[in-house]
Design a protein around this ligand. Structure first.
Ligand SMILES: CC[C@@H]1C(=O)N(C)c2cncnc2N1C1CCCC1
Length: 308
């Protein structure tokens, strides 16, 4: 007797994204290669057929949305939130539209992918590269906080590099905008990658969770793996709760000092993003004003600039 498979949302095959996507108000996009998949979404490189500009188009199948209403809200809130943001180091939002099968989000194309690929190729980055990248990351986050937005999923995989090796912070799927009088957020649906201790203990959390995550990103770029990574999630959560991590001695004093400040267990003890931008790690030491594209695959010969 063959077991009848349940016909739920998961089993319905994903609808096709058309070769030519019409935005419903006269613009058409030619579908290029698949850039990747994230959750329910598929992301394509698309070309605006009237301007020849290239974008990243995120296509979320509605069939996946109708079943789980909150999923649909998530896309809606992601759109509402991202479309209100404009800053040079935040991924550009270029529009949203839908057809019968999909909700589409048109985003800035970042041809050099995310820092995950860079880290995979390089293992770890030099301090000048981390100075250059973290300065842009903290600026993007400082802008978000000024808009009362908490990103809540800052991680290496949400930092993208464009053709000019400039950093862009993306993916607002877990972001939230604090209301006027609201000081803290109580709830969290979805699990961020670099989860802060106050989120684990469900005491309510605020902007400082992004500072914590930025500290985890800085550590990961310099050391080559996250500060609290273990083979089991439970063990990782225990280390986060106990603030258990070590910084290799080859890491400079200024870098180590800044990482420790950002990974303070008590959110109130973490520095503001303004203070971070003024930290000695950024004001002392070789600060390249651009990175060559080769940094995505091989290490620059700057190490001689850095007193190790
Ligand atoms: C839309 C998803 C994400 C992204 O947010 N941007 C801005 C992006 C921009 N340019 C290329 N890829 C991007 N990605 C990749 C695609 C597959 C996984 C993440």
């Amino acid at each position: 007797r063959s077991l009848k498979k349940s016909r739920n949302a998961k089993d319905i095959p994903l609808p096709e994204v058309p070769k030519v996507i019409d935005n419903g108000s006269g613009k058409r996009y030619f579908r290029g290669r698949l850039l990747g998949k994230g959750g329910f979404a598929r992301v394509y490189e698309v070309t605006d057929m009237s301007t020849n500009k290239v974008y990243a188009l995120k296509a979320v199948p509605k069939v996946k949305l109708s079943k789980s209403a909150d999923r649909y809200n998530k896309i809606e809130t992601e759109i509402e939130l991202h479309k209100s943001l404009r800053q040079r180091h935040v991924v550009g939002f270029h529009g949203h539209f839908e057809d019968e099968q999909h909700v589409y989000i048109l985003l800035e194309h970042c041809s050099r992918k995310s820092l995950v690929q860079t880290l995979k190729n390089r293992g770890k980055l030099t301090e000048p590269e981390v100075r250059y990248l973290m300065f842009q990351a903290v600026q993007a986050c400082s802008y978000l906080h000024a808009q009362r937005v908490i990103h809540r999923d800052i991680k290496v995989g949400n930092f993208f590099l464009n053709a000019d090796m400039e950093l862009r912070l993306g993916d607002f799927g877990l972001a939230v905008r604090l209301k006027e009088e609201e000081k803290k957020i109580k709830t969290m649906c979805g699990t961020p990658n670099y989860i802060a201790p106050e989120v684990l203990s469900k005491e309510g959390h605020s902007y400082e969770v992004d500072t914590w995550a930025l500290g985890c990103v800085m550590y990961t770029l310099l050391v080559g793996h996250p500060p609290f990574e273990t083979k089991s999630l439970r063990e990782t959560y225990n280390r986060i709760r106990n603030n258990e991590y070590t910084i290799p001695s080859r890491i400079s004093d200024n870098a180590a000092k800044l990482i420790k400040r950002m990974l303070k267990p008590n959110p109130a003890d973490r520095p503001s993003l303004k203070e971070i931008l003024a930290d000695e790690f950024f004001t002392k030491g070789f600060f390249p004003n651009r990175l060559p594209g080769t940094c995505v695959t091989s290490s620059p010969k700057w190490s001689e600039y850095e007193k190790s």
